[in-house]
Design a protein around this ligand. Structure first.
Ligand SMILES: NC(=O)c1ccc[n+]([C@@H]2O[C@H](COP(=O)([O-])OP(=O)(O)OC[C@H]3O[C@@H](n4cnc5c(N)ncnc54)[C@H](OP(=O)(O)O)[C@@H]3O)[C@@H](O)[C@H]2O)c1
Length: 126
């Protein structure tokens, strides 16, 4: 895993944070993708401290917004010319029906379409 470029979405808590930590332990280069920079920074610093590894970056993406996903992929491509591992982990369970800026019910947008758009863009399909 040394030097493998890995994206983990929803990496500031729960399963995503633990996945990021385990990948860092294996000497992968981990890009922690979060929607809240402050929460993300805290998680990243915690992982660095716990593992003693330094090869982690933070990038921002709100998967409720297709523009944000497109912007994230553009920035990722500017920094990296390949991706080895994608962990589509982020997820949310909204308690009420909310429409995203794209006019899509938010759970469907975040937990379903967001994965497909991200993966397709990273594969260079769009
Ligand atoms: N834990 C379980 O028992 C279980 C069971 C089945 C499936 N899962 C799935 O496993 C995944 C991780 O679960 P978990 O228990 O680790 O949940 P969690 O601790 O709530 O983590 C979810 C992560 O997704 C992020 N996220 C939510 N909405 C987002 C958005 N619009 N854009 C970007 N990031 C967003 C959250 O960011 P914020 O902190 O900013 O909200 C958080 O980092 C989820 O997809 C969940 O549906 C979990």
């Amino acid at each position: 895993m040394k030097g493998k470029i890995c994206i983990v979405t929803g990496a500031n808590s729960g399963v995503g944070k633990e996945t990021a930590k385990q990948l860092a332990e294996l000497d992968a280069h981990v890009i922690m993708v979060v929607r809240n920079e402050k929460k993300g920074r805290l998680a990243l610093e915690e992982i660095k401290e716990e593992t003693g590894k330094d090869s982690l970056d933070l990038m921002i993406c709100d998967f409720a917004s297709q523009k944000s996903i497109r912007d994230f992929v553009k920035k990722f491509r500017e920094k990296h010319n390949r991706l080895d591992i994608l962990v589509n982990n982020h997820g949310s369970m909204p308690s009420k029906k909310i429409l995203t800026e794209d006019g899509i019910e938010s759970a469907f947008a975040i937990n379903h379409l967001g994965y497909f758009l991200l993966t397709s863009l990273l594969l260079g399909c769009n």
